[in-house]
Design a protein around this ligand. Structure first.
Ligand SMILES: C[S@@+](CC[C@H](N)C(=O)[O-])C[C@H]1O[C@@H](n2cnc3c(N)ncnc32)[C@H](O)[C@@H]1O
Length: 340
């Protein structure tokens, strides 16, 4: 890579063609989760271990990485990362209140199985998701019946379900080991890597908030490993606050798993320092890249799908942070839409 601010490739990331070993300061990536999200073919399988080995070799000693993953398969990626030679340092939780539970009414299934007709107890207007103002604020002619189980077994298992409401996505924090024999300070002097950038990611105090502790830092608190999307309540006010992106809100960017630029900026800043180079081997529509440029970092990205690559190219060329909102992340309004 030369002195360009960004270099992006419309090829598979395997082998990281064009990237020298020990040249990347940090990675921030949102790879396929292996859950076939919305039937996307590229999300069918988890990445092979090979890519983590490629990334390890591209990273400078002591360089950090942040890897998004799914709750169900995070253990597999963590084993892959560890087997590739990374140190597992932490798991950040990006939490939100607007995940949709994917459960079903099993008591009614039991009635059906037994050939018993469930009782209709009412009708309701079906709306996908919800918004402020409640379901009444939607216009929908999708009228559905409300059922009660009628069989004995259906009654016994009334309310039985299959899954919890999803409220977070894990982000694994990994580090390439320091160069053999070097202390953290020596590694930082030689490579510029080895430490997290706490200074740039401190969480500012709320207006009027009392600064507790012996020696409160003027810039705010040390960032925690929980990143929230909505205000959970006073007791949880100490975490970073980022809304999910509403998919399809912007016709220009149709990537189904678009990540908020504010979130990516926070992550980019956490694992790197001004002027350093961030790699995202699975860049999709380029949210990590936009965040990197916004934070005065350089960017290297790979994307296999031409359509997503083109969006990333346009965003990066024009530095069009299309889902960028104001800097004050604590004031960002609630948004709806589950994304991965
Ligand atoms: C979860 S999405 C990333 C979305 C991104 N965070 C955004 O905000 O737009 C993962 C992306 O990896 C891409 N991908 C999958 N396998 C790849 C490979 N071998 N090389 C490069 N890109 C790949 C997919 O096409 C998909 O766009």
């Amino acid at each position: 890579m030369g002195e360009d601010i960004f270099n992006i490739y419309n090829i598979s990331c395997y082998g990281l063609k064009g990237v020298n070993s020990n040249s990347i300061d940090a990675i921030v990536t949102d790879p396929p989760y292996g859950i076939s999200f919305q039937n996307n073919h590229w999300d069918k399988n988890l990445p092979d271990q090979q890519i983590w080995e490629d990334i390890l070799s591209a990273l400078k000693p002591g360089g950090f990485g942040l890897v998004f993953t799914s709750i169900k398969l995070m253990h597999r990626i963590m084993v892959q990362l560890e087997d590739s030679g990374f140190l597992i340092k932490d798991v950040l939780f990006w939490s939100f209140l607007n995940g949709m539970p994917k459960s079903r009414n099993l008591a009614i299934d039991i009635d059906n199985e037994l050939g018993v007709e469930s009782r209709i107890t009412g009708v309701y207007q079906y709306v996908q998701g919800y918004k402020k103002g409640g379901a009444e604020s939607y216009k929908s002619d999708n009228i559905r019946f409300r059922y009660e189980p009628a069989s004995g077994l259906g009654q016994r298992f009334k309310g039985a379900g299959l899954s919890l409401k999803p409220a977070y996505e894990p982000i694994i924090l990994v580090q390439k080991p320091l160069e053999d024999g070097l202390s953290v300070a020596q590694n930082m002097i030689r490579y510029g890597t080895g430490a997290l950038n706490i200074e740039e990611t401190r969480i500012p105090y709320e207006d009027g908030e009392s600064k507790v502790g012996h020696n409160p830092h003027p810039k705010g608190r040390v960032p925690s490993n929980i990143i929230r999307t909505q205000e959970f309540g006073d007791g949880y006010d100490k975490f970073f606050l980022i809304p999910k992106v509403r998919q399809g809100k912007d016709k220009f960017n149709f990537h189904p798993t678009l990540k908020p630029v504010e979130l990516m900026e926070h992550l980019v800043k956490l694992v790197s320092f001004s002027g350093q180079t961030i790699l995202d081997p699975f860049m999709g529509s380029g949210s990590t890249g936009v965040a990197a440029l916004n934070c005065n970092r350089k960017f290297v990205g790979y994307e296999l799908e031409k359509g997503y690559f083109n969006i990333a190219n346009t965003r990066l060329k024009g530095k069009q942070p299309i889902n960028q909102t104001k800097n004050n992340t604590r004031k960002i309004k609630w948004q709806r839409k589950e994304m991965h």
